[in-house]
Design a binder for this molecule. Structure first.
Ligand code: IFM
Length: 476
């Protein structure tokens, strides 16, 4: 395996060995009567999106450039050559979309704020039109009985800040503080539910280590400072929300994958431990006051170069909830010759597992194991599933999308969430990824994750059969 293939394999942190019949296949859906009411009356139900993936309106009303605006306009960076310039044009369709959410019985809507729509230059001057836009979105949610859940940062850093080093520059703590302070003050009277970051591993590793996402950098030298400054901002963001928002419910989100070895042998299990430290623990444990998982992933010692006295303390924050985001599992094959992780994930397709359009394994039990794993941490707050869903190719026939596979995926994963809940895991909500088809980063518009189909040429919305199932499952 050459270096490129290695990097690709590692970066597909959503794929999981050669034909391995001894690995347990996914269990069939067991409970045809599954209903939202079985999760309890206080369980939250909704769907999630992110600013760059849906808003469009790239240059409209004073918005500044983000790293994704620049990256998607750089030749060869997006597989399909597309950009998020228009995306779902949520900027002009939000009223219609929120009404659609209401008609689908959604009670909570998770979306993110575009930092450069508020601060076109990243810091300093405010773009009032951008501030007004989110007021309108929030007001529209509230008017329609939908609780807004806001993510402060879902990957669209202002390009002006990236020009100064972005997440690798320690100044980012100051920049992020200014941004987080402003928006939580601006919307804090109306919005009580906040998430600081979306999947820190994804944007630091895929964006600053593997170069596949914006800003497109490669190498550990950039990854470590980006990761460390992210960890501090994660906690700092929590403190800012606590200070500015009365009665706030504060969380942050993590992408997690259940990881197993190809066989129950020490060399594979050693690699599983390293993968687990990288994928599932790197950003969570510092927030819980446990520091970086250096013992299980020794290369993380290099991060200490970027730590200043007092940083360990600054990395902690007492979150009200942890957002768990899961799509798949990883199966790892140990190999001591592979640097750092001492193994490689084996793509699900290669081992004949059931997969989604982007090659991720459909493994519902994984979400159950992750919930149990997270719940076992001392001081783990409530867990909310802030993302879960699947991309499958959809076809529109007679104005309908019969996406049986997506519905089946959701049912099976939800059944596992219920199993964990019934065994005592403190899990309090579920946000389907995604409300609607959108711009899937470096993959362009091809992978469709939505409950709602978007015709990206006409901006027509059609609720897919999975969305109709979800509506019925939720009930009024
Ligand atoms: O689309 C992304 C989202 O932005 C972050 N979590 C994973 C989703 C599917 O890849």
């Amino acid at each position: 395996m050459n270096r490129r293939e290695y990097l690709k394999a590692i970066s597909i942190l959503g794929a999981g060995i050669l034909s391995a019949p001894y690995l347990k296949a996914s269990e069939p859906f067991l409970n045809p009567e599954l209903k939202a009411s079985m999760f309890g009356s206080d369980f939250l139900w909704g769907a999630a999106t992110a600013a760059y993936q849906i808003e469009g309106a790239r240059n409209v009303d004073g918005k500044g450039e983000s790293i994704w605006d620049k990256f998607s306009h750089t030749k060869g960076k997006i597989k399909t050559g597309e950009t998020g310039d228009e995306a779902c044009d949520f900027y002009h369709h939000f009223e219609q979309d929120i009404l659609l959410m209401k008609s689908m019985n959604l009670k909570v809507f998770r979306f993110s704020i575009s930092w450069p729509r508020i601060f076109p230059n990243g810091t300093g001057e405010i773009n009032q039109a951008g501030v007004d836009f989110y007021h309108k979105v929030i007001d529209c949610c509230i008017k329609n009985g939908i609780q807004p859940w806001i993510t402060l940062y879902h990957w669209d850093l202002p390009q002006k800040l990236e020009d100064k080093g972005g997440w690798t520059n320690r100044e980012v703590i100051k920049w992020f503080t200014e941004y987080a302070d402003f928006v939580t003050k601006a919307y804090g009277l109306k919005v009580k539910n906040w998430m600081v970051l979306n999947e820190p591993l994804s944007y630091t590793a895929v964006g600053y280590l593997f170069g596949i996402h914006a800003p497109g950098h490669k190498g550990l030298k950039r990854f470590f400072p980006a990761a460390h400054h992210t960890t501090i901002c994660q906690a700092e963001g929590g403190r800012i929300i606590r200070r500015n928002v009365k009665d706030a419910n504060i969380g942050t989100t993590f992408s997690c994958s259940y990881i197993e070895g190809i066989k129950n042998k020490p060399k594979h299990l050693k690699s599983v431990k390293r993968f687990d430290a990288f994928v599932n623990r790197l950003f969570l444990e510092p927030a819980l006051g446990m520091g970086y998982p250096v013992n299980d992933l020794p290369v993380l010692k290099k991060i200490e170069k970027y730590m200043l006295p007092g940083d360990t303390e600054k990395m902690k924050f007492d979150f009200d909830f942890i957002g768990l985001q899961n799509y798949t599992r990883e199966i790892v094959k140990g190999n001591a010759l592979i640097p750092y992780l001492h193994g490689l994930p084996v793509p699900a397709k290669k081992r004949g597992a059931e997969i989604t359009e982007n090659g991720w394994e459909v493994y519902p039990e994984g979400i159950y194991h992750l919930l149990k794993k997270y719940a076992a941490y001392p001081n783990m707050p409530k867990i909310i599933i802030t993302e879960n869903g699947a991309a499958f190719e959809d076809t529109v026939e007679d104005g309908k999308i019969q996406d049986i596979k997506r519905t089946d995926f959701l049912k099976k994963y939800l059944e596992q969430v219920l199993k964990a809940k019934n065994e005592g895991v403190n899990v309090g909500g579920y946000f389907c990824w995604s409300f609607m088809d959108n711009f899937e980063w470096a993959e362009g518009f091809k992978p469709r994750f939505g409950l709602v189909h978007i015709d990206f040429k006409t901006q027509q919305r059609i609720v897919k059969d999975s969305g109709l199932w979800y509506k019925d499952f939720l009930g009024k």
